[in-house]
Each structure stands twice: as structure tokens, then as C-alpha cells.
Design a protein around this ligand. Structure first.
Ligand code: PA5
Length: 490
């Protein structure tokens, strides 16, 4: 039975001392706070209106209709077997989950070796930066007639995705002709945004073009891999149900009101206590496998964008019993742990020096994988490595990392996965989504908005003279221009 275990021994005072570790008493004293957070989160999650309004519908994604999943699976097969290449365009939540899935669930060098893809299309990610170089290389080298484009943007407005999509759509049109739109699927908000508008317009001209999958209402970008990422899973030939079943099993495991028995709550609570009581402001996230490298990037986005907030949250209960949240402009808090993605064993030769001997201001979360599908044995006839499997050496390196951290009283914990499979990966994603939502409760912030990200987007929209930008945004930008004094530029 594939499994995920959370080992938090090294977060505790019994292993790393009272100055840096959480004591049994501190944990016990926390139960009231944890129960209050649980009750509030559950009351929001059990109210469909609140879930939709506040963007917590992600918690329902493990339980999607089988018939809908089947349609996505079929579309994925159609694309994968009829085209040589898929260009997946998107940024942030519309990109990182997909990249993480591909690395976790498919072998490395997926695009390089046809045997690894079982005759399916290669997949390239674009639209996640405004650097023109990678896009140019792709468009100069891909055969447009054999390339399918999946453009993902919830808002349908994001500059990076939009700019790249304009170029790619034109490239298709120039080379394929008027039916170019049949090589495009758009995943975007069902009603709003300029991408949705384009879908409507193109479908009027050619009903077979610009097929569209809707993003579910009430699911924010970074919480949406189990929605917007499904087509990508299907293109790779992964059974989406396996991932969803793993997520549902984790949701079940993490349903206890008692935070000491709920792995996701306990993870969040320990990190919160380390942050607030022991001043551990940095969260190093270090899987000991290449396959979870991008999952580390995904989690870092989830944590930073969800919990890095300037204002606390004001909760209002409306007449129908649902909740509305607003920012408490009078109570600036400026909270949130700073995530740092790393990877074992590569970064044991870089960031680990700082983890062990630098400022004791961080926690380290490691992920250990117990078994690898194709393990390799060192053939050397004698010597200390002789006959050892890489999996064994990796496990030893992870144990050694724990030892070095504990010796120096550095808080750390380990998530042990029996294997990286669609089910365990789906479970891992749900674990972190719930832990992040719970951490948001403990911080009393809105973990499901991202005004800090919107602010840079708005500045660009203002400078690009985007129609419809609110007056308030324009005025704020005019009131606070960037100041550049030449004497401070050498
Ligand atoms: O989590 C989020 O909301 C963001 O990271 C978005 O996913 C990101 O900004 C991209 O937005 P969109 O999907 O609207 O293009």
C-alpha cells in the first residue's frame, strides 16, 4: 500500500533543545488554537457559497465526476497521438503544478527519448517568462503543423501568457492557415477575460477551433493543479483518477479535528510554532529526488503567495450563513515564512553549509523516497560503495543530513513517501494545500488571494495603457512613482 509518513521528531525540544525545538507543553497549549482554526476552516469548507466566494473550492477537486474526467482523458489521448509536440503556455499556478507533475510522474529526459513517451507528443513549457530567447528557439525548430497548443490562464489577462500566446497563435496561423485554431485548447475562466472572449470569437468563425476547458469557479491558480493540470496529465497518458484517488485518501487522513492526529495540521502547526516562538522565518524545502524538484518550486509558490501577506483578515458572516472576508486595512501584519527550494543531494554541496552553520533562523523540510523504480547498483569490485544501490546511498545522505542538522540544533522534519506514484503525488499535493490553508487560518490572513502579485501586474497594465484599469489603481501608481536618483547609480 503506497504511503506517506510525516516524521517530526527533529522539530521537538527533545531532539534539538528548548531554544530551537517545540516542547511537549507548547504543543499541548496549542490545542485550543488549533481546534479553533480547524472549526473555522471546516465551517468555510462545508458551506458551498463560502467555498466559491473565498476560493476554497480546491478542496472538492479530488471528488470530480468520472464522466468529466473521461472526456479530458480522451482529449489528452487525441492530442498526444495526433501531434508530435505540445506547447503548454502559462505562468505561476497555470504552470508550476504541470511542471511538477511531469517531473514527478514521468521519467527524466521525457522529450529526448521516444521510448519514454510511448509514442506520445513531446511537451514544452512556455509563457512562463518574458525572455524571448527560449520562445524563439522553439518556434524556429518546431513543425507548426505537428504542434498543438494548450494555453492556460485563469484570468485570461496575464501579460506573460498573453504575449507568448499572441506570438504562437500568429505562428500557427501563418503556417497552418485558417484552420489553425483547431490546434489550440484554451483553459480559462468560463465567463470572463480576454482569452475567453477570443474563444467565443474564434468559435463563431470555426466551431472546431479554440476548444475550451473551463477552470472551475472558486479555485485559485496555485491550488488548481487537480483542475487545470488534468489535461496535461492526460496528454502524458497518466490516469487522472489515480492522482485524484490519492488526493482524496489524503483528505480523509487529514480530516481529524485533533491536530496531533492530523498530519497536514500538525505540519502547519509545528512550522507556525517554530516561526512565532523560535523565530524560524525561513522554510527550506528539500526533496531527496530529482523527480520532486519542481514539486519543491510548486510548494514554494503555494506557501509564499498564500501566506506572505501585509494585512490580517476581517471575517463577516452574512445573512445566509456564508462568509465574506476583507483585508483589515488598519491591521498591517506583514507575515509569512520565506520559502527556499533546494534539493538533496545536490544542494548538500551548497545551501546545506548555511543550513547547518549559518543563522539558526530556518526549518528544513526533507522528502525521502523509500523505493525507486529503476535503482542502480555501483559495480566497483571493492571499496565502500561496492554493491550499494543509489537508493540506499540517497537514504543514507538524507539520514546524514538529519544528523548534521540535529547536532547543530536545527529544526527539521521529513516526509517519507513509499514511492513517487500518481496516488502518492496526488496525496502530497493535497497534504500541502491543506497545510497551507491551515497555516493561513493560524496567521488569520486570506491565504487565497494575491494582492502582492496583482500589484506588479497592475503596474504593467497601467504602463501598457490597458483599457478598463480602475482609476484607484492608476491614481496610486501616479502618487507613488519610482524614484531614480543618478547619484545612487554607479
Ligand atoms: O496563484 C495564482 O493565482 C497566480 O500564481 C496565478 O496562477 C498566476 O498569476 C497566473 O494567473 P493566470 O492563470 O490568471 O494567468
Amino acid at each position: 500500500m503506497p504511503d506517506i509518513k510525516f516524521d517530526f521528531n527533529n522539530m521537538l525540544a527533545s531532539n534539538i533543545g528548548r531554544q530551537h525545538g517545540i516542547t511537549e507543553i507548547e504543543l499541548k497549549q496549542f490545542s485550543k488554537t488549533a481546534l479553533k482554526a480547524h472549526k473555522h476552516l471546516r465551517s468555510v469548507l462545508s458551506n458551498p457559497t463560502s467555498r466559491l466566494r473565498l476560493n476554497l473550492e480546491w478542496a472538492m477537486l479530488p471528488y470530480q465526476e468520472e464522466s468529466e474526467i473521461k472526456k479530458i482523458q480522451d482529449l489528452g489521448d487525441e492530442i498526444a497521438f495526433n501531434y508530435d509536440n505540445v506547447l503548454s503556455l502559462g505562468i505561476g499556478g497555470s504552470y508550476l503544478g504541470l511542471k511538477a507533475a511531469q517531473e514527478a510522474l514521468k521519467p527524466p529526459y521525457y522529450n529526448e527519448f521516444a521510448t519514454l513517451r510511448s509514442k506520445r507528443a513531446k511537451i514544452y513549457f512556455e509563457g512562463n517568462n518574458l525572455d524571448p530567447t527560449p520562445l524563439n528557439v522553439l518556434l524556429e525548430n518546431l513543425d507548426s503543423k505537428k504542434t498543438f497548443v494548450v494555453v492556460i490562464s485563469k484570468s485570461g489577462e496575464t501579460t506573460e501568457t498573453k504575449a507568448v500566446f499572441e506570438v504562437v497563435a500568429q505562428w500557427l496561423k501563418d503556417n497552418v492557415g485558417s484552420t489553425y485554431g483547431r490546434q489550440i485548447v484554451a483553459i480559462t475562466d468560463p465567463a470572463s477575460g480576454s482569452l475567453r472572449q477570443r474563444v467565443h470569437e474564434e468559435q463563431k468563425k470555426d466551431p472546431l477551433s479554440f476548444r475550451a476547458l473551463p477552470l472551475m469557479h472558486g479555485v485559485g491558480g496555485r491550488f488548481s493543479e487537480l483542475n487545470m493540470g488534468l489535461l496535461h496529465l492526460a496528454i502524458m497518458g497518466i490516469d487522472c483518477k489515480d492522482v485524484l484517488v490519492g488526493a482524496a485518501a489524503m483528505a480523509d487522513r487529514c480530516s481529524s479535528a485533533n491536530f496531533l492526529k492530523n498530519p497536514a495540521y500538525l505540519y502547519a502547526a509545528l512550522q507556525f510554532l517554530a516561526y512565532k516562538k523560535k523565530n524560524k522565518r525561513i522554510a527550506v524545502f528539500m526533496p531527496f529526488t530529482e523527480s520532486l524538484k519542481s514539486t519543491a518550486d510548486w510548494y514554494c509558490q503555494l506557501l509564499a503567495e498564500s501566506t506572505g501577506k501585509k494585512f490580517t483578515r476581517k471575517v463577516k458572516v452574512l445573512n445566509d450563513g456564508s462568509e465574506a472576508w476583507s483585508l483589515d486595512g488598519a491591521r498591517a501584519c506583514g507575515v509569512g515564512r520565506t520559502p527556499v527550494p533546494a534539493r538533496g543531494t545536490t544542494d548538500l554541496h551548497s545551501i546545506q553549509q548555511n543550513n547547518v552553520e549559518g543563522e539558526n533562523d530556518k526549518t528544513v523540510t526533507m522528502i525521502r523516497v523509500e523505493s525507486f523504480k529503476n535503482d542502480v547498483k555501483v559495480p566497483t569490485p571493492d571499496g565502500i560503495l561496492s554493491g550499494k544501490y543509489f537508493g540506499q546511498l540517497l537514504a543514507l545522505a538524507q539520514e546524514a543530513t538529519e544528523w548534521a542538522l540535529v547536532l547543530n540544533n536545527r529544526p527539521n522534519c521529513t516526509i517519507a513517501m513509499s514511492e513517487v506514484s500518481p496516488a502518492t503525488w496526488g496525496g502530497l499535493l493535497f497534504f500541502f494545500e491543506l497545510a497551507t490553508a491551515f497555516e493561513g487560518e493560524l496567521l488569520n490572513i486570506n491565504a487565497f488571494d494575491q494582492p502582492g502579485v496583482e500589484s506588479y501586474k497592475n503596474y504593467m497594465y497601467y504602463k501598457l495603457r490597458k483599457p478598463g484599469l480602475s482609476k484607484a489603481i492608476a491614481q496610486e501608481i501616479q502618487k507613488h512613482p519610482l524614484k531614480k536618483d543618478k547619484k545612487y547609480i554607479l
